[in-house]
Design a protein around this ligand. Structure first.
Ligand SMILES: C[S@@+](CC[C@H](N)C(=O)[O-])C[C@H]1O[C@@H](n2cnc3c(N)ncnc32)[C@H](O)[C@@H]1O
Length: 254
């Protein structure tokens, strides 16, 4: 999927908040090597640099568009275009950080233990993933997908929520780590502007479902999704919209 950093960063404040909440729970004082997997446009990586000014920071992402934006932000970070599933650092890291990226990847049951293997004993594995897939912002994409002439093209893209329940990650990680913290937050994101929920998902989860479609189906699909979203997320009296959003956090001490 191609990424549009401008669309993604239109909600930079809401997208940065979980970065700060995850970071606040990592008790590493002066790590020497930190990795940011799925670093995107680098807005979170920049905060890692500010938090740990002495650390070597390696940031990996598969999107050239996002990395181009990231490189402009902070030159003193090792930006690498690559696939997280193939990441093989030259030495183990003190902190493995990943915000809003692991839900793009399958097979957490093998991926997470493999990534944990790249963390030094006593180091931290810290992951945040959206967990909003059963809420209208995401479920309406599937609903509309199954309810129009585009169904054959899009149905194969529909899959189970990529972020599993906390118990799944507990069973997977608890036997492998010294200490494990898992929590889930539902942010009450206050958003504004034209179709703000659609604009939010258009910066992240929606494009993969639009890309396979030709016009006019692409525009028709998006218009129908936007119409249903407006009903699901009505405006408040002042014209703003409350967009509740669940996120799952994991901090494990290796
Ligand atoms: C929602 S963005 C999050 C970016 C950043 N971490 C942040 O908090 O703003 C997800 C990022 O994961 C990247 N990504 C998805 N699958 C990937 C993979 N297999 N390997 C590397 N990066 C991947 C995408 O390119 C995208 O930049």
């Amino acid at each position: 999927m191609s990424w549009d950093p401008r669309q993604y960063l239109a909600f930079a404040g809401h997208r940065l908040r979980p970065v700060l909440d995850l970071l606040a729970r990592i008790p590493a004082e002066d790590p020497s090597f930190v990795a940011d997997l799925g670093c995107g446009a680098g807005n979170g990586t920049k905060i890692l640099r500010e938090t740990w000014p002495n650390a070597r920071i390696a940031a990996v992402d598969s999107s050239p568009e996002m990395l181009e934006r990231a490189r402009q932000e902070s030159p003193d970070i090792e930006w690498t275009e690559g696939d997280i599933t193939k990441w093989d650092p030259d030495t183990k890291v003190d902190v493995l950080f990943s915000n809003a990226a692991m839900h793009w990847l399958d097979h957490h049951e093998t991926l997470f233990p493999a990534l944990l293997g790249h963390v030094k004993p006593g180091g931290y594995f810290a992951v945040q993933m959206p967990a909003n897939f059963r809420e209208p912002s995401h479920s309406l994409i599937e609903e509309v997908a199954l309810d129009g002439p585009w169904r054959a093209a899009i149905e194969p893209l529909i899959k189970d929520p990529p972020t599993k329940e906390p118990g799944f990650y507990y069973e997977l990680l608890a036997p492998r780590v010294q200490d494990l913290d898992i929590w889930k937050i539902q942010y009450q994101q206050i958003v504004e502007g034209y179709d703000p929920v659609a604009e939010f998902t258009k910066g992240s989860w929606l494009p993969q479902f639009l890309e396979p479609l030709e016009e006019p189906q692409r525009s028709d699909f998006e218009a129908e999704y936007r119409r249903r979203l407006r009903e699901a997320y009505p405006k408040q009296a002042d014209g703003k919209t409350i967009f509740p959003f669940h996120r799952l956090f994991i901090v494990a001490k290796a």
